[in-house]
Design a protein around this ligand. Structure first.
Ligand code: NI
Length: 183
């Protein structure tokens, strides 16, 4: 087990398309997943993609946890336990998009409002080689799309259409996040 170094914006591995994993059940993949979990826990992040730890392979881990005081009328598809997905694919279920604030361990200090599909379906393989298929909405859909983008060399800043909504988190803490129009 090891805490891995996280690549920052500017490192070429973050702009490359990652390769598919031929055997999701291999020992190498299992060891990498363990290290990614340890790395993510260390920085208390929501998700991590293999290219962020300098491995150009199609593997992401993420969680969309339910908070304790969460309202009850939120759909189950908004949430996901800590999940590992190998060779993921996804499609939007509807054209509806929404803006939401995102940060990225590879873009430290910044936060930006990013348009994402609100309702998606995704699939991929678990480290046991089993197919996993889910519907995702809300933060669950957002975190998946963010992590998936890393596999195609895309950072969230590249998805933004209004760069006035890219701010330092530290300033936003003092002055509040800038408002964005609802899409
Ligand atoms: Ni990221």
């Amino acid at each position: 087990m090891a805490i891995l170094k996280i690549a920052k914006m500017g490192h070429p591995v973050l702009n490359e398309k990652a390769d598919p994993i031929s055997d999701p059940t291999s020992r190498n993949v299992r060891d990498l997943i363990k290290d990614m979990h340890e790395t993510l826990a260390d920085v208390r992040g929501a998700g991590l993609a293999a290219p962020q730890v300098h491995v150009g392979k199609r593997l992401i881990i993420f969680a969309a946890p339910k908070e304790e005081q969460e309202e009850e009328n939120i759909p189950e598809t908004d949430f996901a336990p800590m999940t590992e997905i190998i060779n993921p694919e996804w499609v939007p279920v509807s054209d509806e998009m929404s803006l939401g604030w995102e940060g990225c361990l590879s873009v430290p200090g910044l936060t930006g409002a990013v348009p994402r599909y609100m309702h998606i379906q995704y699939r991929g393989y678990t480290p046991k080689g089993e197919l996993i298929e889910r519907e995702a909405t809300g933060f669950h859909a957002r975190v998946f799309q963010h992590e998936f983008d890393h596999l195609d060399g895309i950072l969230y800043t590249m998805r933004m259409d209004d760069l006035s909504l890219l701010v330092f988190a530290e300033e936003a803490k003092k002055f509040g996040l800038p408002p964005f129009p609802h899409q």
